[in-house]
Design a protein around this ligand. Structure first.
Ligand code: ADE
Length: 229
């Protein structure tokens, strides 16, 4: 089986590349894709660059060019749910785009005709994640992740996203990956470790905890591969 593992920033996939050790590099469409084998799984690993457009391009390339049959995303997020502390893990049950707005035409936030506000994650990958959390004795919150092309460092904006979408965390790629995977019928799983609280200190917190939280997320994803193998 071919599995894609994707991040948005180099820091999010570096721990994975270190873990797998050797891989081949393919340059395509302005990006680098790393391929390797792990316990009989064929892996394609890449970071997209930040934001929904680059993330869509990378997810689509991993599926349509490299033939990925499942996609796991590993990275960091800002917490909305106050239960979430730095380094805590959240797995998306559903994702939405908080910056998608054609409310002028009477549609709800996050909706475009022929789309849907929320895209659900694959249930069997979520079940595997629960088993892995148990095995690692890690707490894993399951909840809604809201995505937008904004680094949120503002309490009011964070609260609005939390209230409008009942979201637990926010980031800048997950929902676009979900749209691509849903359209191409590829099961996906979006995991994030908290790097900040999307408040006025978010920028500092993000810089301080990006690497350590990205490592937490990557370590969890590698354990999921053991179950997929
Ligand atoms: N990813 C991690 N923290 C974030 C934030 N505060 N806003 C958007 N994306 C993030």
């Amino acid at each position: 089986m071919k599995v894609a593992i994707m991040g948005a920033m180099v820091e999010e996939i570096e721990p994975l590349l270190e873990f797998f050790g050797t891989y081949e590099t393919t340059e395509l469409a302005g990006n680098k894709y790393y391929t390797t084998e792990y316990k009989g799984l064929e892996l394609v690993i890449a970071y997209s660059k930040i934001g929904k457009v680059f993330a869509s391009l990378t997810a689509s390339t991993m599926i349509q060019h490299f033939g990925a049959e499942k996609l796991l995303f590993s990275g960091v997020a800002g917490a909305i749910n106050p239960q979430l502390q730095i380094g805590d893990l959240i797995a998306a049950t559903a994702l939405c785009q908080h910056d998608l707005d054609i409310t002028a035409f009477g549609h709800p936030y996050g909706f475009v005709p022929e789309g849907s506000v929320f895209i659900d994650s694959d249930k069997s990958l979520l079940a595997i994640a629960k088993e892995v959390a148990g095995e690692m004795d890690k707490s894993l919150l399951e909840g809604v992740i809201a995505t937008g092309d904004q680094f949120v460092a503002d309490e009011a904006r964070k609260d609005w996203i939390g209230e409008t979408f009942k979201a637990d965390a926010l980031e800048m790629e997950g929902a676009s990956v979900a749209v691509v995977c849903d359209a191409l019928d590829v099961p996906f799983f979006i995991l994030r470790a908290i790097s900040d609280s999307a408040d006025m200190d978010a920028g500092f917190s993000f810089e301080e905890f990006l690497q350590s939280s990205a490592k937490e997320s990557a370590a969890f994803v590698t354990k999921m591969l053991d179950r997929l193998a």
